[in-house]
Ligand binder design. Structure first.
Ligand code: ARG
Length: 588
């Protein structure tokens, strides 16, 4: 289905061509003067240069071609050479009715379906989740859903950090706390216990303690490094402890991600890539792209077109250890073998940009991925507190996701109970859904690469560009539709009115942008575009609602048109929040 802009552009192209002008000048856009018109074409101004004619003469000629077109309520040339367009109510209504009956409201990418891996979440096993991981999960989940909606086959992988120094730190801290465990008995010959020697609560305490110790106690740090290396060389005792850490930590992470309504198709981690490392590194050497530098093995990634110097990618340290980059490269080897992706999308803090530039370039240079494989790094900014510094809890510590969610739920709960009579249980349940929406929308409504300020009061507000405002709009529509049905109405075969009030038409003009908005969100990996769009729709709907007596309308046919319009508004808003992984309650 062509967009409204495309349809109008085609008419203008034909008119420009009929008058002897290049149709490249026929570009149409949404008007930036909505007080004057709905769409505009400024091409006559540019054409004037090529054809040495006054722009308004060109505009006049083009407009004369289209004066009789019934799809336009008005088309005018305005000095110095603008073409101002207002579409007819019948045209717009027809478009909205068709859209309502078209799969995905007419959204299509125009591309062949692709096989896409989205690498997001990126939590580190046994370490607390921090705000960066929250952003990765929230934005990544939306990207994954948009990719899927675009018709692609998508695999979301949490890619846990499960192979780093934290493992050695925990092993050594555990040794100090519970030396009697069989893992620390060198003469132990039996089977190691299947039960973990710690709970998640203990693990949460062990890691920060060990990490703090490493900062002051060099001997402990050396032991942690040694234990990490032992684990990475397959030592059975270290491996047994590692498995316990992973089981306990994964169960907890799953719970956290479930609470966020974020789900992964794969729960792989850096450890899964390790078996591929030796052959991969050897192939770098065999291909002659890796060389020794100060004892380490490195691959150059500098390209002629670079404006600044980029350091080579280290793939093996002088002590033989693999690095973050090595793991990411070996993960690609595995993904190529198991998933054959056309596109890779990675979400991580934007400060990891150099890392991803390095691994993407090495992957292409070494032929791990095909030359045409699309490698995308989506670097996101920092979530700051109101003081403009990276967000901390009230006590100044690292954010715990549960606490953050609890805080925002409280704020929403207060709002709900202030205004409405809802029983305690439903208010709690609703606050949970709306609170999460507040949190996610507060994040997603910003361009991902930008830093943003986490402001509970603002995010939880029922007014303004917030999650609760959008949900409130949907809930309001649901309630009108329910009442309409209670009064004997029926939602089948409805069509919007072909003569609209101003606010009714504004709402339709907002709705018809769906396909181009989703396409832009898809092409640019930009969920914030969807937020902008649903905010515009919500405002347009609330304007319409304010002006219109929907349920009290006595003209049944007109009322049916209203009901058709708010039904499609609801369907579109619901589809959009689904792409943002935001849910809506029944009442608020
Ligand atoms: N675990 C990493 C961190 O906490 C993020 C992982 C991002 N993904 C990747 N494939 N490197 O910073």
């Amino acid at each position: 289905m062509k967009t409204v802009i495309e349809q109008i552009s085609e008419k203008l192209e034909a008119a420009f061509a009929a008058c002897g002008y290049d149709q490249k000048y026929a570009k149409v856009s949404v008007s930036n003067r909505p007080d004057l018109c709905e769409f505009q074409c400024n091409g006559a101004m540019a054409a004037a240069k090529e054809y040495h004619k006054a722009p308004f003469m060109i505009a006049d000629e083009v407009v004369a071609q289209l004066k009789q077109d019934e799809d336009f309520a008005s088309i005018e040339s305005v000095k110095p050479g603008f073409i101002n367009i207002i579409v007819s109510g019948a045209y717009l209504a027809d478009y909205v009715n068709t859209m309502a009956r078209t799969e995905k409201f007419g959204f299509e990418t125009g591309d062949a379906p692709k096989n896409v891996v989205v690498d997001y979440g990126g939590a580190n096993a046994a370490k607390p989740l921090h705000v960066g991981h929250l952003r990765s999960a929230v934005i990544g989940e939306s990207i994954k859903r948009i990719e899927r909606y675009a018709g692609n086959t998508v695999t979301g992988d949490v890619h846990l950090g499960d192979w780093g120094l934290q493992m050695g730190q925990i092993i050594e801290e555990l040794r100090d706390r519970k030396p009697e465990l069989p893992y620390f008995d060198e003469n132990f010959k039996g089977e190691y216990p299947t039960e973990a020697p710690f709970t998640i609560a203990e693990l949460e305490e062990i890691y920060p303690a060990a990490s703090a110790k490493c900062k002051t106690d060099d001997a402990f740090l050396a032991r942690a490094h040694a234990a990490t290396l032992k684990l990475q060389s397959g030592d059975p005792a270290c491996t047994a402890i590692w498995k316990h850490i992973m089981n306990v930590s994964k169960a907890d992470l799953k719970k956290n991600y479930d609470n966020l309504n974020v789900t992964f198709d794969l729960w792989k981690g850096e450890s899964d890539a390790q078996p591929y490392i030796p052959d991969m590194v050897q192939s770098f050497v065999d291909q002659g792209i890796a060389y020794e530098s100060q004892g380490a093995l490195v691959v150059d990634i500098q390209e002629d077109t670079d404006t600044k110097e980029l350091p080579p990618c280290i793939v093996r340290k002088s002590d033989g250890a693999a690095l973050y980059a090595t793991s990411d490269l070996a993960t690609m080897v595995e993904r190529e073998k198991l998933l054959h992706p056309d596109t890779y999308i990675y979400l991580a803090d934007k400060r990891q940009e150099l890392h991803f530039t390095q691994v993407f370039r090495v992957a292409k240079k070494a032929g791990i991925v095909k030359p045409e494989t699309q490698m995308t790094f989506l670097g996101f900014g920092t979530m700051n507190g109101k003081d403009g510094k990276p967000f901390k809890t009230r006590s100044g510590g690292v954010m715990r996701l549960e606490h953050l969610i609890a805080d925002i739920n409280d704020a929403v709960y207060k709002k709900i109970t202030e205004n409405r009579t809802m029983d305690e249980e439903e208010a709690k349940k609703t606050a949970k859904i709306v609170g999460l929406a507040a949190l996610k929308y507060g994040d997603l409504s910003n361009q991902a690469s930008k830093d943003y300020v986490f402001d509970i009061e603002r995010f939880a507000s029922f007014e303004g560009n917030t999650g609760p405002y959008i949900l409130y709009t949907i809930v309001r529509i649901k309630s009108i539709l329910n009442k309409y049905i209670e009064n004997g109405g029926d939602l089948k075969e409805l069509r919007v009115n072909s003569e609209q009030s101003a606010s009714e038409k504004s709402l339709e003009l907002a709705l018809v942008k769906f396909a181009e908005v989703i396409r832009a969100a898809y092409k640019d990996n930009a969920p914030h575009r969807i937020c902008q769009y649903i905010y515009e729709i919500s405002n347009a709907f609330n304007g319409f609602y304010h002006d219109t007596k929907i349920l009290a309308e006595s003209d049944a046919s007109k009322q049916k048109g209203y009901i058709a319009l708010i039904s499609i508004t609801k369907a579109i808003l619901e589809q959009c929040i689904e792409l943002l992984a935001i849910e809506c309650p029944e009442r608020m």
